[in-house]
Every structure is written in structure tokens, then in C-alpha cells.
Design a protein around this ligand. Structure first.
Ligand code: XMP
Length: 517
């Protein structure tokens, strides 16, 4: 097992994820854990993360000395490298000038860390690595016993090692995907240098997570807002595995869900898994409050507010509940931390269940806080959830509310639901669902003229949207085959009375957004 000490890096969790990818068990802890803790943990190797500080600025922001005394391999990354240098007798130069982004590093010597790992070679046959840097300070003198193992023009000491003591340090970030061979380098460290075996996998993780939840919650009761989305579904399945009937889920039907969604959620959770689910049909309440409202942000606020109201009313009925469970995943944790410091321009206010806890006076249970989306999906599968449910495209909190342009009406939601289901069915049948990141139909409240049989029609328009994206910050429209689009269009027009025209959205993000509102 690997111990990762966190010095306040933005990407420390990413190190943990990369180690888990190697099927090696690891834990991430703050840098100032006690010496006894580290000894008890008995790590086979230690990784020191990056961090925002300068080694000479903050006196006590150091690695516990025991890290270097245990005799296990240590890998310092960025700030972790500076610490290693400073604490072991080398020197570090502070600089306000930052090196940020891609860099080419030449591997030197024959270090165990990089041996056989390279992106290409230069004319003299030296291995070159494409790495990602983000630092101001750098190591200027190697500590005694260390050798240079990587350099480039702007950072002459970009990597160093004391092979005898198995201490390694790199200035770049092997944990980010921009460092192309980062996975191999971390794999080399944890597997070959530390000698960790394949001791971590998702089914084992289920066991660990279950134990943690039981220890945290004891015999108290938990409530969870189940939306049918991936995160809350996996959280529900996991907590149910740990606590059984101590968990009650509240599923709020706001009238803006996809076709048969409520039935599917009740089927999966209540019937198949035996989870206690309170199904609240609040569609009339939501529709009532949305009447006459056409501004997208206003609609989001109303839907968010009504959700809180309905959830609170249900929570009040569960007098014994002491915990509020949420499907918060790691990217949400960084995003909300970032949102506090950065004053990002609000393009859309994405509402989440956030804001509930304080008013409810409940303790927070967030068992997925450390996991990335793909790990959450794997966990879902390990818990026995259906593949199709766990690998679903994201669906926004306000649901069809932001896919019906302008005022939301039950009649529009009904038409849209049916059109959307046809689109998704056909995408799945054609094998395109997995190839797109998000796909859906949008209801346009404009009428256009058509002809059907001998008659003139005057009906609504549906737009189809399908995008490919890595991070949802930018996206390309998917080049769906014309034959597929044609089939979807004719099925919608033939099967959904009230729609007589279907168009395909060919705008990228930016300048458009993925959703239409
Ligand atoms: P946009 O439309 O901003 O969407 O390009 C990016 C991603 O965010 C989702 N989205 C939302 N999710 N509440 C949510 O929970 C919202 O109000 C919301 N608006 C957009 C969108 O579906 C896409 O995945």
C-alpha cells in the first residue's frame, strides 16, 4: 500500500486515482499526520504531492522526517521534490517566474524510474519525455547522494534520484494526462520500485467503503435524494449495501423527467434491490410554479427551490434521520472549492442538491467524494447496477425544464419525452449512444406548416442534439449518419402527434452551449 501525503495540491486526488488504476491500494492524507500514523500505516512507498507553497516561506510545511527514515521508496512531485531537496541538504531557488504547461524533458542516466520509458529520442539517442510542468521554484543543488535523472533548458534539475535509498523526485506532474507517459512512470514507481502487487480492485473497494460507512453512521438513519442519475444511484446502492433499512431514499418526480424514468428508478431500487424509496409525485406543484415563467435562470431557480421544499417536507416526516447522504463525487468537490475562490462568470447556474444540509440540521454522508466519474461507474457495476443505468449520459438537475424553450407546459413535456425516447432508442440501436457524450431532444415552441396525407399540419418543432466531449467545457456536435437522423426524424413525426418537423443542431460549444437554455 502507498501513502500519499497531500501538501495542498489541486491534483492530489488525481495521484490517488492513478495509483488505483495500477490496482494498488493507496490512501491520501494531509502532510501533517503524525509520525505514529505513518509508521502504523506501514506504507510500501510514499508519494509527496505538489502544493502551492515555497519551501522556505512556510517553516512547518514540511514532510515528516520519518518519511525519509522508514527505508521505503519515496517519490516527490513538484513541491514534494522541493521539500525532498531542501530537507535532505540540497537547495531550492524561489522564483516568481512560473513555468506552466507542456515541456520536453530529457531523461538522464539510467534511473530505475524512467528506464525504457520515453516518448522519442533525440539525435544523440537520449530518451525524451513529454511532460506537464506547473511551478515557480526549482531545485538548484542536488542533495548529497542524489543524481540528476532528467533535465531541460528551463529546469536543469527536472528529476533526481538517490537510487540506493530509493528516493525519487520529479518537477513535472506525472499524474496529469498531459504527461503522456505519466501512467507508466507512476506504475514503475508503485509496482517495480515499491513492489506493490495487484491488491486493489473495485469489488474490494465495495467492502472497504461499506465498513467505512458503517463505522461513520453506526445505527443512525440516513436519507438520500435519489434522482436516477449515476451519482445518486451509485451512492444509494452503496449505502444500502452498508446499512440496509437504515437508508430511506426520496425520489421526487418533478414532471420533467425522461420517459418511464420514475418507473425505472422504482423498479431498480425499490423492487430489485429492496431499497426503501419514497416516491413523491410533485409534478403538479412544479408545473404550477413554472406557469408563465420563460426565463431559463428563473426556471432553474424555481425547480431548485421546489426540490428543496419537497425534500424538506419529506425529511421532516423521517424524524429519526440524522444523516443526509449525497452523491457528491470528486470533481464536484474541486469545482465547488474552485467556485469559492474564483469569481467565474455565471453562464448557467447549475443547481445541485447543495445548500440542503444546514437548514436540515443533518450530518453529511458523501461516500463517493474521493472517486472520479469513471470509478463511480465501475463501482455501480460492482454493486450490481445495470450497465445501461450506470453508463447513462448526464441529465441536468432541472431536467426537461431547460429543454423546453421558454414556458414549460405539461403538454410540451409530454411531446418532448416521447420524441427524446425515440432518439435515444435509435441511437442505442445503431451503436451511437456510447460514441456520444450527451444526446437529447429539445422542444421548440414554434409551429411550422407541414403536410400529412391530404391535410395541412401546423405543429411544433423538435431539435436533436448530440455532442462529443471530454469535459463538457467544450464540445463538438456528433457527425451522426444521415440515415440514422432520417430514421429518427420519420419515427418522431409519425409517432408523436403534435410534432411535424425535426432539425439537427450543428453548433459547437463554444460558442453554443450543450443545452439550449
Ligand atoms: P452547458 O449547457 O452549460 O452544459 O454546455 C454542460 C453540462 O452541464 C449540464 N447542465 C446542467 N446540469 N443543472 C445540472 O445539473 C443545470 O442547470 C445544468 N445546465 C446544464 C449539461 O447537461 C451538460 O452536461
Amino acid at each position: 500500500r502507498i501513502l500519499i501525503l497531500d501538501f495542498g495540491s489541486q491534483v492530489a486526488q488525481l495521484i490517488a486515482r492513478r495509483v488505483r488504476e495500477q490496482q494498488v491500494y493507496c490512501e491520501l492524507h494531509p502532510y501533517d499526520v503524525s509520525e505514529a500514523f505513518i509508521r502504523d500505516f506501514a506504507p510500501q512507498g510514499i508519494i509527496l504531492s505538489g502544493g502551492p507553497n515555497s519551501v522556505y516561506d512556510v517553516e512547518d510545511f514540511k514532510a515528516p522526517q520519518v518519511v525519509f527514515e522508514l527505508g521505503v521508496p519515496v517519490l516527490g512531485i513538484c513541491y514534494g521534490m522541493h521539500l525532498m531537496a531542501a530537507q535532505l541538504g540540497g537547495s531550492v531557488e524561489s522564483s516568481s517566474k512560473r513555468e506552466f504547461g507542456y515541456a520536453e524533458m530529457r531523461a538522464r542516466g539510467h534511473s530505475a524510474l524512467f528506464r525504457g520509458i520515453e516518448d522519442r529520442r533525440n539525435g544523440e539517442g537520449h530518451g525524451l519525455l513529454d511532460v506537464w510542468m506547473s511551478h515557480g521554484d526549482k531545485v538548484t543543488t542536488l542533495p548529497p547522494g542524489f543524481k540528476l535523472i532528467g533535465s531541460n533548458a528551463s529546469t536543469p534539475i527536472a528529476a533526481m534520484a538517490d537510487e540506493e535509498r530509493r528516493l525519487y523526485a520529479v518537477q513535472f506532474h506525472p499524474e496529469v494526462t498531459h504527461t503522456l507517459k505519466g501512467r507508466d512512470i507512476l506504475g514503475r514507481f508503485v509496482r517495480d520500485i515499491c513492489g506493490c502487487g495487484h491488491d486493489w480492485n473495485m469489488p474490494d473497494y465495495v467492502g472497504e467503503a461499506v465498513d467505512r460507512i458503517r463505522a461513520q453512521v453506526g445505527h443512525e438513519e440516513v436519507i438520500l435524494g435519489l434522482s436516477g442519475g449515476v451519482d445518486s444511484s451509485v451512492a444509494a446502492a452503496l449505502i444500502h449495501r452498508a446499512l440496509g433499512d437504515q437508508l430511506t431514499c426520496v425520489f421526487v418526480d418533478n414532471g420533467l423527467l425522461r420517459l418511464n424514468e420514475a418507473e425505472q428508478v422504482m423498479h431498480t431500487f425499490a423492487r430489485n434491490l429492496g431499497v426503501k424509496v419514497v416516491h413523491v409525485d410533485a409534478s403538479a406543484q412544479f408545473m404550477g410554479h413554472l406557469q408563465g415563467v420563460s426565463d431559463p435562470e428563473q426556471k432553474r431557480k424555481i425547480i431548485g427551490r421546489e426540490f428543496v421544499a419537497v425534500f424538506q417536507a419529506e425529511a421532516a416526516k423521517l424524524a429519526n434521520a440524522k444523516w443526509l447522504a449525497q452523491g457528491t463525487i470528486y470533481p464536484d468537490v474541486i469545482e465547488s472549492a474552485g467556485a469559492k475562490t474564483k469569481k467565474a462568470h455565471t453562464i448557467k447556474s447549475h443547481h445541485n442538491v447543495g445548500g440542503l444540509p444546514e437548514e436540515l440540521n443533518l450530518k453529511l454522508l458523501e461516500p463517493l467524494r474521493e472517486l472520479f466519474k469513471d470509478e463511480v461507474r465501475e463501482l455501480g457495476v460492482a454493486l450490481g447496477l445495470a450497465h445501461d443505468m450506470v453508463y447513462r449520459h448526464p441529465f441536468p438537475g432541472p431536467g426537461l425544464g431547460v429543454r423546453i424553450l421558454g414556458e414549460v407546459k405539461a403538454e410540451f413535456a409530454d411531446l418532448l419525452r416521447r420524441a427524446d425516447a425515440i432518439f435515444i432508442d435509435e441511437l442505442r440501436a445503431a451503436g451511437w449512444y456510447e460514441k456520444t457524450s450527451q444526446a437529447f431532444a429539445v422542444f421548440l415552441p414554434v409551429k411550422s406548416v407541414g403536410v400529412m396525407g391530404d391535410g395541412r399540419t401546423y405543429e411544433y418543432v423538435v431539435a436533436l442534439r448530440a455532442v462529443e466531449t471530454q469535459d463538457f467545457m467544450t464540445a463538438q456536435w456528433a457527425e451522426l449518419p444521415h440515415s440514422l437522423l432520417g430514421k429518427v426524424s420519420s419515427r418522431i413525426i409519425n409517432e408523436v402527434r403534435g410534432i411535424n418537423r425535426v432539425v439537427y443542431d450543428i453548433s459547437g460549444k463554444p460558442p453554443a452551449t450543450i443545452e439550449w437554455e
